[in-house]
Design a protein around this ligand. Sequence first.
Ligand code: KIV
Length: 275
Amino acid sequence: MKTVSSFQTLKNNNEKIAMLTAYDYSTAQVLDKAEVDAILVGDSLAMVVLGHENTYNITIDEMLIFVSAVARGAKNSFIIGDMPFMSYNLSVAQGLENAGKMIKAGANAVKLEGCNDHIINLIKRCTESGIPVLGHLGFTPQLMNALGGHKIQGKTSDKIEAILESAKKLEEAGCFGIVLELMPADSAKYITENLNIPTIGIGAGVNCSGQIVVIDDILGKFTDFTPKFVKKYANLHDDIMKGVLAYKQEVKEGLFPSDKESFELNKEEKEKLFS
Ligand code: KIV
């Protein structure tokens, strides 16, 4: 069983941390068998599973359904529940209560985006209450409107120092790691080298302590758009299409179901009906 301390051990041993998102029971079973270092039930599911345009329109109650499905499928994995927009922004009490719901649903930790006084207080209260927290800096989708869109972050030394300052505050508040999203590889390298806790990159180059990607992106299942930082390891959209078309054709031609997929009525009963 992987635990929150596995992250620091992997970093200290110079072993890269391989994380993936998952949102459902059967995918979680695969990730569990593959022994990925951790599974994030990301609010990206608002887009890749529910078809929303961004991550704003998912609630804590919806997230909990997916977290519990993943927890049932991945019994040996470290599972992180992503706190959705406005599930922790109103007050520390609100954030702590919702983080507790994530843990009760089967998560081992939660992820929060950004860094300000409120987030720092919330991280402290979560960690004091036994809820490990993963931070998230750089491009933070829940702050997209304030950031002026989907833009690469940390492009100047001033901005990189500002992200590092936030990262240090998150580390001090008790985060066990920090996701760094969408920034030049050297910016993430500098931030990683100046922290004790591991960084998990997404679109942040190879020098982070580990990587996270959206599983539907790397398996080619989500095809609305493909960010530059995504490498495709499979093409599930085409594989599913092939399967669906073959099924459709066999149904139309009366080839499915064959005897192999059917149940037989005993001979006597059959004669009563058809003779
Ligand atoms: O929601 C998500 O999947 C994420 C990762 C991409 C870091 O936040």
